[in-house]
Design a protein around this ligand. Structure first.
Ligand SMILES: Nc1ncnc2c1ncn2[C@@H]1O[C@H](COP(=O)(O)OP(=O)(O)O)[C@@H](O)[C@H]1O
Ligand SMILES: O=C(O)C1=C[C@@H](OP(=O)(O)O)[C@@H](O)[C@H](O)C1
Ligand SMILES: [Mg+2]
Length: 183
């Protein structure tokens, strides 16, 4: 993808926004590699995300997240699905801005429908899920707006359609003369 000059595409957004799901589809469409920071952390530590939070705490998880993100910046032509909290460390933005940052913006009601029975996300295991999602969004929304591209989910919009729209939005922020030939 010449127009992107080989840079990575980073998907950011709330838990449940579909970063992992849409990212996989996007990578396939672009013929890019696909990475997921959570999956890499699980692989290198041989622990689940819940186990890391439980045994070592959130700060240790954030350290691992930054390390993995830094390592991924050496790659090119990759779609990277991040964890929802990656935007909270300013240092991470140094890595994210090597590439094109795409915010999957999904209303809390839809996030809740997807995650109401979730057991894998430690930040949602205590308290009422919907209000937790809302308070995390309140804390993080101004950070997500630092993305280069925002893709707002339509009601009931499928992951496949979001991936297609992400490509359209990415094309808009790439200069026409260097734009990717995505057709
Ligand atoms: N566009 C969508 N419509 C309906 N369900 C979706 C959509 N995108 C993702 N999901 C579902 O929502 C859940 C969370 O998706 P996931 O890709 O893990 O989100 P994230 O990585 O942003 O936390 C999964 O069960 C997934 O199948
Ligand atoms: O929002 C967050 O702080 C987190 C999001 C999760 O990833 P997803 O956004 O892929 O669910 C995972 O990194 C961890 O549970 C913390
Ligand atoms: Mg994910």
């Amino acid at each position: 993808m010449d127009g992107l000059r080989g840079v990575n595409i980073y998907l950011v957004g709330m838990m449940g926004a579909g970063k992992t799901t849409v990212g996989r589809i996007l990578a396939k469409k672009l013929k890019y590699r696909f990475f997921d920071t959570d999956e890499l952390i699980v692989r290198v530590t041989n622990q689940s995300i819940a186990e890391i939070f439980d045994r070592e705490g959130e700060e240790a998880f954030r350290e691992l997240e930054t390390k993995v993100l830094g390592e991924l910046s050496a790659y090119k032509n990759s779609v990277v699905a991040t964890g929802g909290g990656i935007v909270t460390r300013s240092m991470n933005w140094g890595y994210l801005h090597y590439g094109v940052v795409v915010w999957l913006d999904v209303p809390v009601d839809q996030l809740y429908d997807r995650l109401r029975s979730d057991t894998a996300r430690p930040l949602l295991q205590e308290g009422e899920i919907k209000s937790k999602l809302q308070s995390l969004l309140n804390e993080r929304e101004r950070l997500y707006t630092q993305a280069d591209v925002r893709v707002c989910a339509g009601v009931g919009e499928r992951a496949e359609a979001m991936a297609t729209r992400a490509i359209e939005e990415i094309q808009k922020v790439i200069k026409p003369e260097t734009g990717p030939d995505l057709n």
